[in-house]
Design a protein around this ligand. Structure first.
Ligand code: 5AD
Ligand code: SF4
Length: 477
């Protein structure tokens, strides 16, 4: 799913940071000249999965595999999967049937399933989906070369061991599908929250934080290679915590944010996802202190009703969430907040659904990711509650929320008309080569006519002239 001649910036290993990207390019070409193999990878689901695929690419590169965008010329086909909703799993099954046709044309091609579905279904995958040769869980990617070797010898291979330590801290990801300007850095893995609807704690295991110095080194390396924005990624970044095993020195998320912001004033820092129960004022004050920490917080509410939140095991209620929003408004008056929302959770009444509508309005979310509840086998909710809201009702409630959120987003964006924002140029706009696009600090996409000499990676001041619910339209001032 990426260029067969991938962007070479930012793909060096950490200790090669002084050597420049040319060395790496030569190494890559050498690999191919030696008759190296090609792999093809598709990723589904959250940003963490996309980030994991970049770690996988790095591990495969070490053993002589280079990436290809053309599945038909690959020796190894990998699919990095998501289990969060049933629909995501259905999509993967369809793709696997397509890969089977490729495998029939090219016997010897190895097909592997990575990620959350691999973890959830384990051996069952090999038995049910006979076309799969290897099944690898999110903590077992270092074992890939060994598993591929076994598959090449005609065996079906599985490693779905979850780890309490693995953070892939020493692996420098190969940036796939990169624009060369913005990159994701994984800062922790797993999740210790037990939201009753969520399969993630079962598929990604216990929460663990990565060594902060390896994070800062990765950010520095990216900056030196022309990147201008990093997003620190984790299921629940606010519970990031690391302790130096030798000195006992502790680093929390606020400290990590500050360390990353100090890499360079021209390196923007974003993060995702925050959990309302853990988001501290300390983090908000650090955000206020540094101009290059973007004023944008993704703070999933899930439901606007306290009884439903309790059943979801979110460990906060509506007043707590409102208090967090008030703290953001007080400390960061210009920050945008976005959310995730689930409609039709077990036993949700019409009145409780109205509470979700009202919090969208009250919190003035700049945007939301909205879903209807999909029961996942093995989760707390699947075991304790009945999935009793009919699908038509779930979908109708979802439509109501989407309609309201679109109106709130439009209002949010229209309020920006006349304002001027600092925008990081990311590249051509999707609709026209005459326009650039880039984001402002609030994570809003801004589209504006190009100017001579301006290029991706530059910062530019843009005045907003018009707005839709998804985009700001402006011109350079
Ligand atoms: N059904 C629907 N949506 C879900 N999410 C997580 N689990 C489910 C589920 N079982 C949503 C939540 C979460 C986002 C990543 O996906 O809103 O924040
Ligand atoms: Fe799932 Fe909740 Fe963890 Fe997010 S915080 S990954 S919703 S269990």
């Amino acid at each position: 799913m990426y260029d067969s001649n991938p962007t070479l910036e930012g793909i060096k290993t950490m200790d090669e940071s002084k050597q420049g990207s040319v060395l790496f390019k030569e190494h890559w070409q050498e690999t191919l000249a030696l008759g190296g193999k090609r792999f093809y990878i598709e990723s589904y689901g959250c940003q963490m999965n996309f980030s994991d695929s970049e770690i996988v690419a790095s591990i495969l590169n070490e053993v002589g595999y280079s990436p290809t965008r053309n599945v038909e010329e690959s020796d190894l086909i990998l699919i990095n999967t998501c289990s969060i909703r049933e629909k995501a799993e259905d999509t993967v099954r369809k793709r696997l049937r397509f890969f089977e046709t490729i495998k029939n044309q090219r016997p010897g091609t190895v097909v592997g399933v990575l990620g959350c579905m691999a973890e959830r279904l384990k051996k069952k995958f090999l038995e049910e989906e006979k076309l799969v040769d290897i099944v690898v869980g999110p903590d077992a990617y270092r074992d890939l070369p060994n598993l591929i070797g076994g598959a090449e010898d005609g065996n079906r291979m599985v490693n779905v061991l979850l780890s309490r330590e693995e953070t892939y801290a020493d692996i420098s990801p190969v940036r796939l599908e990169s624009n060369g300007i913005t990159a994701f850095i994984s800062i922790m893995r797993g999740c210790d929250n037990m939201c009753s609807f969520c399969v993630v704690p079962f598929t990604r295991g216990r929460e663990r934080s990565r060594d902060p110095f390896s994070i800062v080194a990765e950010a520095t390396n990216l900056f030196e290679n022309g990147y201008r924005e990093v997003t620190l990624l984790g299921q629940n970044v606010d519970s990031y915590k690391w302790e130096n095993p030798e000195t006992g020195e502790r680093v929390n998320f606020a400290n990590l944010l500050e360390m990353t912001a100090l890499v360079h004033p021209n390196l923007r820092v974003r993060f995702s996802t925050s959990h309302p129960k853990d988001m501290t004022d300390e983090v908000l004050h650090i955000m206020a202190k540094y101009e290059n920490i973007c004023k944008y917080i993704h703070l999933p509410v899930q439901s606007g009703n306290s009884r439903v939140l309790e059943m979801m095991n979110r460990t906060y209620d509506r007043p707590w969430y409102e208090d967090r929003i008030r703290a953001i408004r007080a400390i960061l008056p210009d920050a945008a907040v976005s959310s995730d929302i689930i409609t039709g959770f077990c036993s949700e009444t019409e009145e409780e659904h109205q509470d979700t509508l009202s919090i969208v309005e009250w919190a003035n979310f700049s945007m939301s990711y909205m879903f209807f509840y999909s029961e996942r086998p093995g989760t707390l909710a699947a075991r304790k509650y009945t999935d009793d809201i009919p699908e038509e009702v779930k979908k109708r409630r979802l439509q109501e929320i989407i309609r309201l959120q679109n109106a709130v987003s439009l209002r949010h964006n229209q309020a920006d008309i006349g304002k001027t924002f600092k925008v990081l140029v990311e590249g051509n706009s999707r609709k026209s080569d005459l326009d650039f696009c880039g984001r402002n600090t609030q994570n809003k996409m801004v589209v504006f006519p190009k100017k001579e000499g301006l290029k991706p990676g530059d910062y530019v001041m843009v005045r907003v002239k018009d707005a839709t619910s998804a985009t700001l339209l402006g011109e350079i001032v």
